[in-house]
Design a protein around this ligand. Sequence first.
Ligand code: RB5
Length: 142
Amino acid sequence: MNIAIASDHGGFELKGQLIEYYAKKGIILQDLGTHSTESCDYPLIARKMTNAVLNKEADLGILICGTGIGISIAANRVKGIRAALLYNAEVACLAKQHNNANIVVFGGRTQKFEDVVSYLDAFLNAEFEGGRHLRRIGELDE
Ligand code: RB5
């Protein structure tokens, strides 16, 4: 699975931690920026990621801003994107099982690295259930 990651300055530190953690496990996260702690605008970062996901340059995106809220709002304005802000392991599973999220979102200033990793693991180990959920996610883009 090809996974991309991007953040604004509010998520820069967490992005670096996740890239390092997964690299040690042999998983390379494609870094779409930002590349410093200099202030930048989360809608533009979200757009980079939504383009990558819609163009199939990434199977899954990870987006991070300070709270995860602004960048979720931005990503979910794009047709075809289902961005889910993950805040516990159960929600992480359901974001895959019911919503087949193609972007997962975190808050760099509001969530701990260890928790984020556990939510990501839960998401990655879950399977989309299809059926009525397939119909519902189809309705999102009608
Ligand atoms: C940036 O200061 C901050 O507003 C942004 O990272 C995010 O939390 C917005 O929702």
